[in-house]
Design a protein around this ligand. Structure first.
Ligand code: PFF
Length: 474
């Protein structure tokens, strides 16, 4: 089927043949790589503790609604934009809109978000590497609560170790991305993702035999209406964005390597389903352990790095379970960090005609340098100065900036673009490839109205405007 010509901006390197950019080997290759991007620290580390802090069932319910009504339409929009243009975000928006104009800025915002997230994501990923290493050498056995707490606090405050781990993890990402789309990203996703699923399912089966399983299941799925408040709803939306890697062009980039014959809706739905499955199952691994050992589910970010190792230290088979769990965390983090680096480096490949080697090495090294203050945020200047002037550490500032502002803004803009500014005949033709026409209208309504409005409300909340409106209405 002929695709209408795209509006081309000034002749630049992005007019290079798409085939020279690389493609996925198959639809499954795309699904595993995109699920690799989506499934990350957000699922295994963040989702369980945010669920725990928000009281469980009600939060899970709202999260699932956000995934289906906001996340799915936007991920479809992103993959569609990528597949339609076969270009990374900036070049994609330039190709689809007249001379790019303001829409190119949306692409650049995504690249900037990818860069910022990558710079601190590799720091937390480094902690998982350290914990996997400690688990392997039996590091939690016979340790008590204070020793395990101290282990985490000491790690976070250890500048040399954090820098080393940050460098190691970034080097691994560079190594994978530099090898290319198919022989780097896809190959590693094909190895790491099935290994991750296998370990997760084994751990979940183990969890079923723990005394706290029933309580954990109730905690996760019993819907108690009284727990639902505005902030939980808004947090659920933010989590959905982060978890599905939305709003920064990761799915545009991965979609750009997808063959023109692959249906976008089916592929995107598989990615969303896998991501949600891993988030729920991770919680069904973590909470039975937490409840069996009488710990609090609401202990915040330390849930995985403090509470869980303490339980591993005491439970039968804890040595093996700890190795499985922390390796799983490393695998999940690696495939996500790789996608962040890919967004940034593919931009330089597409826009400036750089070789993959040059683009990856350059962007990886700059992201490493940019992440140094995050790696040093556990103690000293980047903690104390930033805390006293901005009330959060440098690390938290980066996380806040990217997750609470840049991703929702990028997601909002992408939904508006796909719903209102993407030429209708071109968009519909792209959507209908290997996809039933009955899904077109529901998708269009979600991406035009519900998704942008929902994200807009989240942004209003972050600016504090929502609280002011609520106050005025009282
Ligand atoms: N989705 C990843 C996670 O859940 O950990 C994080 C992430 C990766 C966000 C890639 C955005 C992105 F582009």
């Amino acid at each position: 089927m002929a695709v209408p010509p795209m509006h081309s901006g000034p002749k630049r390197a992005d007019s290079s043949q798409p085939s020279s950019r690389g493609t996925w080997g198959s639809k499954l290759g795309f699904i595993l790589a995109a699920a690799g991007s989506a499934v990350g620290l957000g699922n295994v580390w963040r989702f369980p503790y945010v669920t725990g802090s928000n009281g469980g069932g009600a939060f899970v319910m709202v999260y699932l609604l956000c995934i289906v009504l906001v996340g799915l339409p936007i991920i479809v929009a992103e993959v569609l934009i990528g597949r339609a243009t076969q270009r990374s975000p900036v070049a994609a928006f330039r190709a689809l809109s007249r001379r790019g104009g303001p829409w190119m800025l949306v692409g650049w915002l995504g690249v900037a978000a990818g860069f910022v997230i990558l710079s601190f994501y590799t720091v937390v990923s480094g902690w998982s590497v350290y914990y996997a290493y400690r688990a392997f050498f039996g590091g939690f056995t016979n340790l008590g609560a204070s020793e395990i707490n101290h282990m985490f606090d000491a790690l976070v405050a250890d500048h040399t170790r954090n820098l080393g781990l940050h460098a190691l993890f970034m080097a691994a990402c560079i190594g994978i991305v530099i090898s290319g789309v198919r022989s780097g990203i896809e190959r590693w996703s094909r190895i790491l993702m099935p290994a991750l699923f296998l370990m997760l399912i084994s751990l979940a089966i183990y969890g079923c035999f723990l005394p706290g399983w029933r309580k954990a299941f109730d905690f996760m799925f019993a819907f108690r209406f009284s727990q639902l408040n505005a902030s939980a709803i808004l947090e659920a939306m933010g989590q959905a964005f982060f978890s599905l890697s939305l709003g920064m062009g990761a799915m545009i980039t991965y979609g750009s390597y997808l063959s023109k014959e692959t249906g976008v809706l089916g592929a995107a739905t598989s990615v969303v389903a896998l991501d949600t499955f891993v988030a729920l199952l991770s919680s069904l691994v973590i909470f039975p352990v937490i409840f069996s050992f009488g710990m609090a589910p609401s202990s915040g970010p330390g849930l995985v790095f403090k509470s869980l190792p303490l339980a591993f230290a005491q439970m039968p088979g804890g040595y093996v379970v700890a190795i499985c769990f922390f390796s799983l965390l490393v695998f999940a983090a690696l495939t996500s960090a790789v996608s962040l680096l890919e967004v940034v480096s593919s931009t330089f490949i597409d826009l400036y005609g750089w070789s993959r080697q040059k683009a990856t090495l350059f962007t990886g090294c700059v992201a490493f340098a940019f992440g140094i203050p995050s790696a040093l945020s556990g103690k000293g200047f980047f903690l104390t100065w930033f805390k006293s002037h901005l009330s959060m550490s440098y690390f938290d500032l980066m996380d806040n900036l990217a997750s609470n502002w840049m991703l929702p803004l990028g997601g909002l803009a992408t939904a508006v673009f796909a719903g209102w500014f993407f030429r209708a005949d071109h968009r519909d033709r792209e959507f209908l490839v290997a996809t039933k026409s009955t899904f077109r209208l529901p998708w269009l309504y979600l991406v035009r109205f519900l998704a942008p409005i929902a994200v807009f409300v989240v942004l209003l909340n972050y600016t504090g405007i929502l609280a002011k409106i609520q106050h005025l209405m009282r």
